[in-house]
Design a protein around this ligand. Sequence first.
Ligand SMILES: NC(=O)c1ccc[n+]([C@@H]2O[C@H](COP(=O)([O-])OP(=O)(O)OC[C@H]3O[C@@H](n4cnc5c(N)ncnc54)[C@H](O)[C@@H]3O)[C@@H](O)[C@H]2O)c1
Length: 382
Amino acid sequence: MSNRQSKGNRQSEGSPRPTGNRRQVIPLDLGPDSYDITVSYGLRERLGDELSSWNNGQRWVVLSQPQILQHYQGVVDGLQNSGINLGVIEVPGDESAKNIAVAEKVWSEMVEMGCDRSSILLALGGGVVGDLGGFVAATYMRGITIIQVPTTLLAMIDSAIGGKTAVNLAAGKNLVGAIHQPGAVIIDPGFLATLPRRNVVSSLAEAVKYGFIRDRSIFDIFESRFEQLLELRDQALLTEIIVKSCRIKSRIVANDQFENGERRLLNYGHTIGHAFETLRDYGGLYHGEAVLFGMKCANYISHKKGLLSSQQYLSAQAVLDRFPLPELGQLSPQQVLDVVQHDKKNVNGKLNFILLEGIGNAVVSTDVSSDDIVDSLSVVNR
Ligand SMILES: NC(=O)c1ccc[n+]([C@@H]2O[C@H](COP(=O)([O-])OP(=O)(O)OC[C@H]3O[C@@H](n4cnc5c(N)ncnc54)[C@H](O)[C@@H]3O)[C@@H](O)[C@H]2O)c1
């Protein structure tokens, strides 16, 4: 049976420029696991209606965090008022929630709440709630439906789509998890109003990434309307970026759900970026900021190898240089190499590095040497 119960007002690819509050639906085609990503300002106020086709009286659970419920208890109340029989489980408001002990607590609370195999878990939060919720839903009674309602930009354009779920181990992030596709992803960009600005801006890194790897028109928006974008006040523009990003992510996931090929392109900027994030001990540097630094390095290597023309290289770096970024500080090249070589995305010790063969066209390369990586640090170690 298809996951997709509500087909909504489907809008085709290449549709005209969206306005903020027009409901847009992006289908993610995965055969029986297909689902829709719905985007519109104001969806949170009518979430009960939006989800009515999923509700058949079963027990639901909303998974969220104190920082989110402090602003959006009304969303939960609205769901209850629309006749959804739900309980709420709060988990810690930081990365520590992505932990097997927290997952166990959530499983147990779900049993106490009377959740069974027909229950639905609604993840109301950012990537942490989405990843943990996805993992719990993938495993509770061998798998129940999850609905993702992302409240951060990173979750809206990236983590809520594609079914990657995870908890962390002391040995590293995201080391235990499953691929478990959601039944639906409901995006209301209005949630971003309460998110700290640095969090939203750093997540735009993932949007510009889509421009670099697949869609030149996203890059063009960053190039021509950077200030408006960073002000985060233009609803139509923010919606346009979110919708375009979701389209690319959904197309890539549809082509390569299990990351054997095209999905690896999403790691553009992440290989060296992840090393920066690790060496700055998470916390000091936001994920998106680390990826922005990582993209600068990847562009340097792409240019050095003659894949990216000088003109495109300069425009690419000029856009990345406009992002407000903290100081990276001096990093030891050897330490960066050590982290890159232990990246869990390496297969059989082989580094799959994502380079650009022009803006809008990323490729996988197995031809990036330690020297290339060390050289590329010159664009960020200054
Ligand atoms: N599954 C995937 O494909 C994937 C992809 C990328 C990242 N991730 C994961 O995503 C996580 C990071 O997610 P994130 O950047 O969304 O951060 P997050 O989920 O940690 O949220 C950041 C903080 O903002 C709060 N918050 C969330 N929405 C809010 C809102 N609207 N208003 C006020 N506060 C709000 C949260 O409670 C939290 O304290 C990492 O664990 C990362 O590994 C997963």
